[in-house]
Design a protein around this ligand. Structure first.
Ligand SMILES: Cc1cc2nc3c(=O)[nH]c(=O)nc-3n(C[C@H](O)[C@H](O)[C@H](O)COP(=O)(O)OP(=O)(O)OC[C@H]3O[C@@H](n4cnc5c(N)ncnc54)[C@H](O)[C@@H]3O)c2cc1C
Length: 296
């Protein structure tokens, strides 16, 4: 384990976000075990540093000037995956894709919905990530959450999981999750995953750098993408950030985008949707660093 004091050169978080923007972490560490994680959290508390955790950065917008915190990326045993009967046990840093493969190889289904969600299970619990009518709350038995205050295990209810929401706070690190799956033929799992990924490719900019859904879908018939599209914003660009011509609830890095470009585009989309539809969009993407949308 090493703690790197931040400089833009060696720890720019743009390397760890799927949109490819973001400045440096003040400190960056990659704990490889529970012991290292606990040691780091203790160190940060002693030194008075805030703690943030980054998974695959697939729902993250990081300030261009960086983050004044200790940023953690979980590795080693904190990203390992094993199967115990019909339970999948994964470190918070394990990727959904790895979990899916391990589950399929063990003949366990119920996790296919996560095939197109390109994150870690820790990030997915934090976001209660979901797709195709299923989310992590449906499969999570319990998560082990570590913070400077110690350990706790909690199920979906205690974690407050609801639509793209949890009650986890910065400094709460999802170190391990236990997911309840069910016996299923691996060939059937593969067929379903192929179909789901095909659907994705047809409707979303899967071959572009994005951070997934920009805004949560508001209540009502029209999703955020449809509302933004109805404002004529598909293909609208600020700097290097572009509202996806394929799906308006995605922002693409069209080349050289900054987080400020993406934020300005979000503000404009939100302003136009409010003016035209009277709907206040709430951002789904998580902000790291002092980023804020202007009031409507
Ligand atoms: C192409 C594309 C498609 C997507 N499709 C979907 C979809 O269908 N459904 C969906 O729900 N999302 C989707 N997303 C968004 C994203 O993949 C999910 O929100 C995912 O769960 C984020 O996981 P992550 O590991 O990348 O977390 P990050 O983006 O790194 O972080 C997200 C939040 O989780 C916190 N976090 C990360 N790891 C931990 C941890 N171990 N402990 C505590 N907190 C942590 C971070 O601090 C941050 O607040 C998509 C994204 C992309 C790029």
């Amino acid at each position: 384990m090493s703690v790197l004091a931040g400089t833009r050169e060696h720890v720019a978080l743009s390397r760890f976000t799927t949109i490819g923007t973001g400045g440096p972490a003040r400190f960056l560490a990659e704990p490889a075990s529970l012991e290292e994680l606990v040691e780091l959290l203790g160190w940060a508390r002693e030194a008075g540093h805030a703690v943030e955790t980054v998974g695959l950065g697939s729902n993250l917008l990081v300030h261009d000037d960086g983050v004044g915190a200790l940023v953690l990326r979980l590795g080693g045993s904190l990203a390992a995956v094993r199967v115990e009967g019909e339970t999948l046990v994964a470190g918070g840093g394990a990727r959904n894709a790895v979990c899916l493969h391990r589950a399929r190889d063990a003949g366990l289904g119920g996790f296919e919905f996560a095939s197109a969600i390109p994150g870690t299970v820790g990030g997915a619990v934090r976001m209660n990530a979901g797709a195709y009518g299923r989310d992590f709350a449906a499969v999570l038995v319990q998560a082990t959450v570590v913070s400077a205050d110690g350990f706790r295990t909690a199920g979906p209810e205690a974690l407050g999981l609801s639509y793209r929401h949890s009650s986890l706070r910065p400094g709460d690190v999802v170190a391990e999750v236990r997911l309840a799956l069910e016996r299923r033929d691996p060939a059937e799992i593969s067929t379903q995953v192929t179909a789901l990924l095909g659907q994705r490719k047809a409707t979303q900019p899967t071959n572009r750098r994005t951070f997934g859904s920009v805004f949560k879908n508001p209540p009502g018939e029209n999703g955020a993408g449809r509302l933004i599209e109805q404002c004529g914003l598909k293909g609208y660009q600020i700097g290097g950030a572009l509202i996806s011509p394929r799906h308006a609830n995605f922002i693409e890095n069209a080349g050289g985008a900054s987080s400020a470009d993406a934020l300005a585009l979000m503000a404009e989309a939100r302003r136009r949707v409010y003016a035209q539809h009277g709907v206040e969009l709430e951002h789904e993407v998580r902000f790291l660093g002092p980023l804020e949308l202007p009031p409507l």
